[in-house]
Design a protein around this ligand. Structure first.
Ligand SMILES: C[S@@+](CC[C@H](N)C(=O)[O-])C[C@H]1O[C@@H](n2cnc3c(N)ncnc32)[C@H](O)[C@@H]1O
Length: 552
């Protein structure tokens, strides 16, 4: 049967909530108002903008190394030096008060973290008798400023009556310490550190690189150097030793960091995670757009019952808010992925509660999610700018248009079509109803999860290609029913899901694993929700109201 495609008024919106919905609301203990949640996310976005602006105007200069330009080499070495207020915040997180401190800084740069640590420790009673620092730094051009910082530390310790010794190691931290971690013969006894402070370098390490193979030889499987540093440092700590590190948030979820999470969370007990509300404020001078967190952990296999989650805007000396979070809520004991959920306020807690009430796994709904099969630069010879009779639609995120795919897009910087030829058969799927989700949301995008429906009634073609920047939901290779697709897309686009999703996803990437791991409403709920969605997708406020009425 042909469907007529015309804008539909959204059923029931003007009438307000039904009696049943109101009853359900009364009965629920803490039903969050989704309007309030939408306003909340708007407030958070506005605040983030304000923070970046303010911090651009007022940020204390970070420890700049005189005369250094941001060179390619600095980029290669992942040199993002920690601004002083951030270093001081990190140093304040150490709680052990040992008489002898043996501190590791892996990737010491010019020594900002060591200086903050020593100054803080020398001002905190009871004072230690001795501080020894091992500073690993690969870049020879940073050694002179590093030595100057260590001399300053020696003076600070001297004034406080504390013995200070330091060793600068101008070697590759991974190469140098791996034998200790592996316990290789002839390498002598390992001298464990009881404190480690790190802002490790950040860059990908490809699967055949020497670094990757070295780490693998010690049982550390990771695709980014920063998690390699964290894993090694965790190994080098003695039992009860403390680590404070500032890193990107990306290790908190995603399949690539799963082996790291398993290893790190087994060795270390998280005590505190500090989240910067603004992605760019803490490191704005260096154009770092990764979302960063500070972690404080103790080397122990016994996990605490609660972890402190603190937040600050990222502007210098901004107030810090703290809340306690049950360890089992942060990392669900039965989650094989060991995702780390960062719930920073009550709204987020409400969102978490709502989403955890949905208990349908994707498989129970008869659905799967896959990544688009067309990697455009590998299929270049098959791509066409305009539709053609020998070709089928090729869908990119730029074809998302108000909840439904609009194709073709003209003019467009992206190709619109892919040849339906022998070489592309594996790349195409039968034309059917699918729900698509962007794999990468832009920084400016309002939501992290952006979903859209591919409806073959709007696009005349027997097959279709989904580009690799998209994930697509399907029913074991087949399409979805229209109601399920609409319900699913509405759920994925809702504010409540977005607030929940950001708790474990700290970057702009939405992996198929993230989507696979979500809890979904039941089939009946999705269908009922889908019936509320017309040919014109509701705007955010309307959508959240429908979600409130149907699901909460
Ligand atoms: C993100 S910077 C942090 C510097 C300093 N800790 C700070 O917070 O200002 C990382 C540092 O690690 C150094 N680095 C990169 N790869 C290294 C390696 N394999 N071994 C030792 N140091 C390395 C870089 O040169 C850089 O100075």
């Amino acid at each position: 049967m042909k469907r007529r495609i015309a804008p539909n008024p959204i059923r029931g919106l003007s009438k307000g909530p039904s009696f049943a919905t109101m009853r359900r609301r009364e009965q629920a203990v803490c039903v969050p108002d989704l309007h309030e949640m939408t306003r909340y996310t708007n407030r958070v976005r506005a605040k983030r903008k304000r923070v970046v602006k303010e911090s651009l105007a007022t940020y204390l200069p970070s420890r700049r190394v005189a005369g250094r330009q941001h060179s390619l080499r600095q980029h290669e070495l992942g040199q993002f030096l920690t601004p002083n207020p951030v270093a001081t915040l990190m140093a304040s997180m150490f709680t052990n008060r040992e008489k002898e401190v043996r501190l590791l800084d892996a990737g010491a740069g010019a020594g900002a973290l060591i200086q903050a640590f020593v100054e803080t420790r020398c001002a905190t009673k009871p004072l230690p008798a001795m501080i020894h620092v091992d500073a690993y730094e690969l870049d020879p051009s940073l050694l002179a400023p590093l030595h100057r910082t260590l001399e300053h530390c020696r003076q600070v310790c001297l004034a406080a009556g504390i013995e200070f010794t330091a060793e600068v190691r101008n070697v590759d931290f991974i190469e140098a310490t791996l034998p200790l971690v592996r316990g290789d013969f002839f390498h002598g006894p390992q001298t464990p550190f009881n404190a480690a402070i790190l802002n490790p370098p950040y860059h990908k390490i490809n699967s055949s690189s020497r670094t990757r193979l070295l780490l693998r030889s010690a049982g550390i499987e990771t695709s980014n150097i920063y998690t390699g540093f964290l894993a090694l440092a965790a190994n080098l700590l003695c039992e009860g030793g403390e680590m404070v590190a500032i890193t990107p948030r990306s290790f908190a979820n995603g399949p690539y960091f799963r082996p790291f999470r398993n290893l790190f969370l087994k060795l270390m007990a998280l005590r505190r995670l500090h989240v910067f509300e603004s992605r760019s404020a803490a490191f704005h001078q260096q154009n770092v757009l990764q979302e960063n967190i500070i972690l404080h952990a103790l080397k122990s296999r016994t996990k605490p019952s609660v972890v402190v989650v603190s937040t600050s805007s990222g502007a210098p000396h901004a107030p810090i808010t703290e809340r306690q979070c049950a360890y089992s809520e942060m990392i669900a004991p039965d989650d094989p992925e060991q995702f780390i959920h960062l719930v920073t306020d009550d709204f987020q807690q409400n969102a978490r509660q709502i989403v955890s009430r949905f208990d349908a796994a994707l498989a129970e709904l008869g659905l799967e999610v896959s990544t688009g099969r067309v990697v455009d630069f590998r299929a270049r010879q098959f791509l066409l700018r305009e539709p053609a009779c020998s070709a089928v639609p090729l869908i990119y995120p730029c074809h998302f248009n108000g909840g439904y795919v609009k194709w073709p897009k003209t003019p467009s910087r992206k190709p619109n079509a892919i040849l339906d030829a022998e070489g592309t058969q594996e790349l195409l799927v039968p034309a059917a109803i699918y729900v698509l989700v962007k794999r990468f949301s832009s920084k400016e995008e309002r939501r992290r999860v952006v979903a859209c429906i591919y409806d073959p009634l709007r696009i005349s073609a027997g097959r279709v290609g989904f580009e690799n920047h998209l994930n697509y939901f399907h029913a074991h290779g087949k399409g979805l029913s229209l109601n399920i697709a609409r319900g699913l897309s509405a759920f994925l686009n809702s504010t409540v899901l977005d607030v929940y999703f950001r708790q474990f996803n700290g970057h702009t990437q939405v992996n198929a694993t993230d989507l696979r791991n979500l809890n979904y409403p039941s089939r009946a709920q999705l269908e009922s929700l889908g019936r509320r969605i017309g040919e014109t997708f509701p705007n955010q406020e309307q959508l959240d109201q429908i979600i409130q009425q149907e699901l909460i």
